[in-house]
Ligand binder design. Structure first.
Ligand code: AHM
Ligand code: MG
Length: 326
């Protein structure tokens, strides 16, 4: 009996694009570049100590956070691989202060790509899963300023996804038609489809939050946690967003990064982390808010804007929201 055919990420994206008769194919080139960069980073992450990548780089990034060598290496890989794609007008990394304008006006470039090259990299020295997060936005050539070009609400994303470098390497993507998961087959060097149209469970009694900060959380979050304890919830927190969101997508539950004493406006970045993950979660049937508003409706005011985050299974997010309302 013939089961499902094997489908590579490349073939899958070409098929998706063929649904749009006027598609130029430029989009599939970008996804193929991201997958190439991901394979290179996956290899380097697997050998991070042998490559000398766990040491501190000595610099701090634009957020004032200390960079480790792999942050810089991953950033360079992505910039090199994506920088040569003619359809990208603006490329922005969480590690850099400003997005880079690659092409202007008549030079073309239909898209902007934003990425967090190696989220959770502080976990690399303990061999915990880390990830690359990306989002693809449409470029508006009439806006000459790169920051204003990329400051689009999440609703306008063309595609978003992440690569989790965990016990296996998985590539999860949405183009607005469901969420699809691929696994890296090292023997052929390709990401192969393992789950089409992934839907997250509507409920699962699991919350994922850095509970050690809870004294500094607004009262509503504290009420929610007390309620969740009484209801017999489990807690799972890796401290590496891609790994925590991947588990939440697959198993259900809720992921929270509330306002804290240290980060009163939330820690996670709206454009680089919250929006791409929100797009995926919504496409998988879940919801995402900043504790009040739908995350993807927030209009970013700056490229490194941060936001509190409550995302996950629809019913679980609703429980949090009920407690936040009082
Ligand atoms: P990074 O982009 O500097 O790696 O920081 C983001 C990470 C996320 O992966 C994770 O969800 C969060 O920071 C963990 O923060 P905390 O250690 O405060 O719980
Ligand atoms: Mg990050």
């Amino acid at each position: 009996m013939v089961t499902d055919n094997l489908t590579s990420l490349q073939t899958f994206i070409l098929e998706e694009e063929s649904r749009f008769p006027n598609a130029s194919g430029e989009f599939s080139w970008i996804v193929s570049a991201i997958s190439l960069a991901a394979k290179m980073i996956a290899y380097k992450v697997r050998h991070v100590r042998l490559q000398g990548g766990v040491g501190k780089e000595g610099d701090v990034n634009v957020q004032g956070e200390e960079q480790i060598k792999m942050d810089v290496i991953a950033n360079e890989v992505i910039m090199r691989v994506l920088g040569s794609r003619s359809s990208i007008a603006v490329l922005g990394s969480e590690e850099d202060e400003q997005p880079t304008i690659l092409r202007k006006g008549t030079d073309g470039g239909k898209y902007c790509v934003l990425f967090d090259p190696l989220d959770g990299s502080s976990n690399l020295d303990t061999a915990v899963g880390v990830g690359t997060i990306f989002t693809i936005l449409r470029n508006d050539p009439n806006i000459p300023d790169a920051v204003r070009t990329v400051c689009q609400p999440g609703m306008q994303q063309v595609a978003a996804g992440y690569v989790l470098y965990g016990s296996s390497t998985v590539f999860v993507i949405t183009t607005g038609h469901g969420v699809h998961m691929f696994e890296l087959d090292m023997s052929v060097g390709s990401f192969l489809l393992v789950q089409r149209d992934l839907k997250m469970p509507r409920r699962n009694k699991v919350y994922s939050v850095n509970e050690a900060y809870s004294e500094g959380f607004p009262a509503g979050y504290q009420r929610y946690l007390k309620w969740a304890h009484e209801q017999g919830y489990s807690s799972r927190y890796i401290g590496s967003m891609v790994a925590d969101i991947h588990r939440t997508l697959v198993n259900g539950g809720v992921f929270l990064y509330p306002p804290t004493k240290k980060h009163p406006g939330g820690k996670l970045r709206l454009l680089y982390e919250a929006n791409p993950m929100s797009f995926l979660v919504e496409q998988a049937g879940g919801t995402s808010t900043d504790g009040g508003r739908r995350t993807m409706e927030i209009v970013p005011t700056e490229v490194h804007a941060r936001t509190p985050l409550v995302m996950g299974s629809a019913d679980e997010v609703a429980h949090v929201m009920n407690h936040l309302r009082g």
